[in-house]
Design a protein around this ligand. Structure first.
Ligand code: CO8
Length: 260
């Protein structure tokens, strides 16, 4: 599939998705959002792709937000519709059944921070900057920021970021738990590949069920979440890979997983 605003590559079971609108600091216009929907749908349906690395072209920006030129034209009705359409793309990323690692290599603002919040984990280069500056434009986050940010960093810190619109450094983002790790720009993709390789060595269905347990469980009261965990644990016990994984341990060898 060819894209105008994305680069897409597959290598060693990893899908590399790069938002590629450097002239607009990789801002997400409607066309890019639809391309993201298409590429993540393709990745979801491709069992050979196990982990996704999402980043932005260049060293200045991961994604500097939704395209402000397009936001300027929205009215009440089209704004709601635009937000819902964008949210459905980010929901697809969050519920892909495969880990998506956001590699934040520069400005991650507004919709750029929100897409990363929908990813499974976030790694930042030490020059990255984060923020939800929507209030400075007279709007609020529309791609999940008001919901996912407080769930990740807590209500008080999220409120401060959402209400001031201030940018924070990668170090501060790490301190508040917005990003998992901070590294140098040169090490950003290699570090994500290291994490991806570790995940890919594990049993594919166990990885998928773990994502389901965490994503769905966080939406439930603890008791229901524990029931969900027990039933997914049961499903994992019924897999060939569980036989292989436990046998490999007992036989002191490395497990060879088949995703069955
Ligand atoms: N949209 C469109 N164009 C952008 C955007 C953007 N978000 N960000 C940067 N650009 C463009 C600039 O207009 C400029 O274009 P040109 O060269 O043609 O003038 C080019 O990228 C380079 O940017 P700057 O010259 O501004 O670069 P600086 O280094 O001076 O500043 C900043 C970098 C600080 C990142 C600055 O560009 C900036 O503040 N950008 C906007 C950041 C922002 O406010 N993002 C949030 C947008 S709102 C949002 O994401 C809401 C998401 C939910 C929407 C829900 C829909 C209903």
């Amino acid at each position: 599939m060819d894209f105008e605003n994305l680069l897409f590559e597959k290598k060693n079971s990893i899908g590399y998705v790069t938002v590629n609108r450097p002239k607009a600091l990789n801002a997400l216009n409607a066309a890019t959002m639809e391309e993201l929907r298409a590429v993540f749908t393709e990745i979801k349906n491709d069992a050979a792709m196990r982990v996704v690395i999402l980043t932005g072209t260049g060293e200045k920006a991961f994604i500097a937000g939704a395209d402000i030129g397009e936001i300027a034209k929205l009215d009440g009705e089209s704004g709601k519709e635009f937000a819902q359409r964008g949210q459905s793309v980010f929901d697809l990323i969050e519920n892909l059944d495969k880990p998506v690692i956001a590699c934040m290599n520069g400005f991650a603002l507004g919709g750029g921070c929100e897409i990363a919040l929908a990813c499974t984990m976030r790694i930042a280069s030490d020059n990255a900057k984060f923020g939800q500056p929507e209030v400075k434009l007279g709007v609020i986050p529309g791609f999940g920021g008001s919901q996912r940010l407080p769930r990740l960093v807590g209500k008080g810190i999220a409120n401060q970021l959402l209400l001031t619109g201030e940018m924070i450094s990668a170090q501060e983002a790490h301190r508040i738990g917005l990003v998992n790790e901070v590294t140098t720009p040169a090490n950003l993709i290699p570090r994500a590949e290291e994490i991806a390789t570790k995940i890919i060595a594990n049993a594919p269905l166990a990885v998928q069920y773990t994502l389901e347990a965490v994503n769905q469980g966080l939406e439930m009261p603890l008791g229901e979440g524990l029931q969900l965990e027990a039933s997914l644990f049961g499903k994992s016990c019924a897999t060939e890979d569980k036989k292989e994984g436990t046998a490999a341990f007992l036989e002191k060898r490395k497990g060879e997983f088949k995703g069955r």
